[in-house]
Design a protein around this ligand. Structure first.
Ligand code: SF4
Ligand code: SF4
Length: 356
């Protein structure tokens, strides 16, 4: 399969550029092992964050209130992702999301985050997306055609994000990227009861005026600590929470649909999840989870013989593969999890195997 062949080529190219010690460090990294989810693989540009947003969950996960750039160089990071056996390499491969467990464009991680994105774009070509609560850097316009930038805000006041730049500054910087042909998506996350609803119409009107056309709404997930921190900001989410844990996050019960309805009325394309913005911005398609199919599904093409040959090289005998209604791959063998995940990532279709 092309995603498999592409991986071998990328690994060879990057191995020539990295020392043995650099390769060893990258191969041991979690980016080289972590299975992607249907919505893609996340890239860590650092760990920890000093912005202290009231609803942030990273502190309950044990991350500190200061940011440390991630240990890998851009080439090492690209190599780590390419060697991950679950990841499909290439422009139609695994979706890549930058911005997890930290803010990517903090002064101390900004250059590294851009370096990671440029290295992935140049060597792997996988569809990239980045999410930020900082004004996104203009250099993003040179990273990749189809790149999606999620401009993350909760409301226009920024009341719950006292150390982050004002939401208007983020939105304006995103609008500059839109003018340069980049896809910037309004990411209203998390929706905080009593905060986001207060000036939603004003936020959407301003975003529309600045050129935003797509929006994703994200549910607030809470722990005991987050509920307490929000209370200190005068926000009580207790009525929307059934259970609370120290570390495990629970999504609040606060329907997104009314927000989506307002946005649709105002002319926005409302996407059900951030990965959809990545797929749509790249003009692609995906049918990997129950929220889809997303994008133009006619573009999801599977060469059955190619899949059979790939599985035979992986040691499976007498494999029969068929595609059901263009949206699912059926296989007559049970696959090892690693092969199943890779195949799903490479085709963007769910794989169904015989029952045990
Ligand atoms: S910017 Fe992101 S990572 Fe940093 S505190 Fe806010 S939500 Fe958390
Ligand atoms: S089908 Fe849509 S929502 Fe599901 S993983 Fe793919 S892009 Fe995301």
């Amino acid at each position: 399969m092309e995603a498999w062949r592409a991986r071998q080529r990328v690994i060879k190219t990057l191995e020539e550029k990295l020392s043995e010690e650099e390769r060893r460090e990258a191969r041991q990294d979690h980016h080289a092992r972590r299975p992607p989810r249907p919505c893609g693989i996340t890239i860590h540009t650092g760990a920890g964050c000093p912005l202290a947003c009231a609803y942030c969950y990273i502190y309950d996960m044990g991350f500190p209130g200061s940011a440390k750039p991630y240990k890998l160089s851009p080439l090492q990071l690209a190599y780590a992702v390419a060697t991950n056996p679950h990841v499909a390499v290439g422009p139609w491969g695994t979706l890549v999301a930058v911005g997890s467990v930290t803010e990517p464009f903090l002064p101390q991680t900004r250059e590294l985050a851009l370096g990671y994105m440029k290295a992935i774009a140049a060597y792997l070509g996988n569809p990239l997306q980045v999410s930020t609560k900082m004004p996104p850097p203009p250099e993003l316009a040179e990273v990749q055609e189809g790149l999606d930038v999620l401009i993350s805000v909760t409301d226009l006041s920024g009341k719950l994000e006292p150390r982050a730049p004002p939401p208007l500054e983020r939105l304006r910087a995103g609008a500059e990227l839109i003018k340069r042909g980049v896809s910037a998506t309004l990411f209203v996350r998390p929706i905080v009861p009593g905060i986001t609803d207060r000036d939603l119409t004003r936020l959407l009107a301003l975003a529309a005026e600045l050129g935003y056309r797509r929006v994703v709404f994200g549910t607030l997930r809470v722990t005991k600590g987050i509920v307490a921190r929000l209370r200190a900001f005068g926000v009580d989410v207790a009525p929307y929470v059934r259970e609370l844990h120290e570390r495990r996050q629970t999504p609040i019960r606060y329907p997104k649909e009314k927000f989506a309805a307002v946005a649709r009325q105002m002319g926005f394309e409302v996407l059900p999840a951030s990965c959809v913005a990545n797929v749509v911005a790249h003009g692609q398609a995906c049918a990997l989870c129950g929220w889809g199919p997303c994008g133009d599904v006619k573009k999801l093409k599977v060469d059955v013989r190619d899949v059979e040959e790939y599985l035979e090289t992986r040691g499976y005998k007498s494999v029969e593969v068929s595609v059901v209604e263009g949206l699912k791959i059926r296989i007559n063998k049970r696959l090892k999890p690693i092969d199943k995940i890779f195949l799903e990532q490479a085709t963007r279709l769910p794989v169904s195997e015989p029952a045990r």
